[in-house]
Design a protein around this ligand. Structure first.
Ligand SMILES: [Zn+2]
Length: 370
């Protein structure tokens, strides 16, 4: 009897062990696929440059998926994520109809050129949003693993750089950084160096998706090269990931460090205000492995000084910030002292005035007594 009970107990335990192991695996698998769908869909949007085709009932393909992804994510539309199938059926048509009605378009349930244009506009404004104007420029802010940015920080003057320089997808940067980058790319080209941008401004939400997917793929190792949301220089709108012709414009290639493009950048980038954020063998300081592709715009003056100082950008910018804080404290102190001195002078002056008045009265009194 006891033996049978023990057998049953062992069987139940094994069964439960297998059950929980499988459950955990399927949950992890679900998470991985979820992250993957989001990231690949967003990247597809960026690569495609939005919707490019007219769509109708019966249409199939990647663009239908992108449309459905959009419908499932816009507010006030009850199109469910389960309906993202890549097939344009009844439900998709109904959701498009509803969206058209709400956005002052002729409701047809079909994606015509006007609807497509409007959807792309919404999408682009999400990719390169306008700033709330709440924050001042963070161009020289030190950003690292332990120093972050406000989650909703968006720089003030983002511009689309897709038509200005060679990029592998739709992206934007601050106006100042974009102008300098354009100049740098043109000058490099004259010397036979062809550069391209693989990543520019990234809003916090996108950084979150990218970071989560790297963690899912590479585990804790991902933290050596991927920043947590709110801690990425890409959110500043001044950082770029570069690639070049010699590596067939592949994004973030480790081998970029040994290319003629990287050699050219090392010699010249500072003249255009760009610095390498994560140099070789500086992980202890920067928190990140060598990233020969990641450059940040800080302006010509500081880029030049940074190069001469041999400091990493985070050290330099921390120091700069500390000096500006010290300067502010010094100024504050000085104003306080000036104010105090002014008050003393005022007191003296009023005493002097009162003294004079008393003297005059005294004189007058004396005169009358005499
Ligand atoms: Zn980067």
């Amino acid at each position: 009897m006891k033996k049978n009970f023990l057998k049953l107990f062992i069987i139940v335990m094994i069964f439960m062990g297998v059950f929980f192991a499988l459950k955990e695996r399927s949950e992890r698998h679900l998470l991985a696929s979820l992250v993957e769908i989001e990231i690949s869909t967003i990247n597809q949007w960026r690569i495609n440059g939005g919707l490019t085709k007219a769509m109708n009932r019966g249409s199939v393909g990647v663009e239908v998926r992108l449309l459905q992804y959009f419908l499932a994510n816009v507010e006030d539309n009850d199109f469910s994520h389960n309906l993202i199938t890549g097939y344009y059926g009844e439900e998709t048509s109904r959701a498009v109809y509803k969206w058209q009605e709400e956005n002052d378009l002729t409701p047809t349930g079909m994606v015509d050129s006007k609807t497509r244009k409007k959807i792309n506009e919404v999408y682009y404004s999400n990719l390169c949003p306008s700033s709330s104007g709440e924050y001042s420029s963070k161009k020289l802010a030190p950003i690292g693993k332990d120093i972050g940015l406000p989650k909703d920080y968006v720089p003030k003057d983002l511009v689309d750089i897709t038509d200005r320089v060679k990029t592998i997808r739709h992206m934007c940067l601050t106006k100042e950084a974009a102008m300098s980058l354009e100049e740098m790319f043109e000058d490099a080209k004259e010397e036979g160096i062809v550069l391209a941008v693989t990543s520019g401004f990234r809003r916090n939400e996108l950084q979150d998706i990218i970071h989560r997917s790297y963690i899912e793929l590479r585990g804790n190792k991902a933290k050596d090269f991927s920043a947590r949301p709110g801690h990425s220089e890409h959110q500043l709108g001044t950082a770029v990931d570069l690639t070049g012709e010699s590596v067939s414009f592949r994004p973030v290639p480790i081998s970029f460090g040994n290319t003629p493009e990287k050699k050219w950048l090392k010699k010249n980038a500072h003249k255009y205000g760009f610095v390498l954020s994560y140099p070789k063998d500086k992980k202890e300081i920067t928190g990140y492995i060598y990233e020969p592709w990641h450059w940040r715009f800080v302006g010509k003056e500081h880029a030049e000084k940074m190069k001469n100082s041999n400091l990493t950008s985070i050290e330099y910018l921390r120091d700069l910030e500390k000096r500006s804080v010290d300067k502010k404290i010094e100024e504050e102190k000085k104003t306080e002292e000036d104010k105090k001195a002014g008050e003393d002078e005022e007191k003296e002056e009023s005493f002097f005035t009162w003294g004079r008045v008393l003297g005059i009265i005294g004189h007058y009194v004396n005169e009358n007594i005499e």
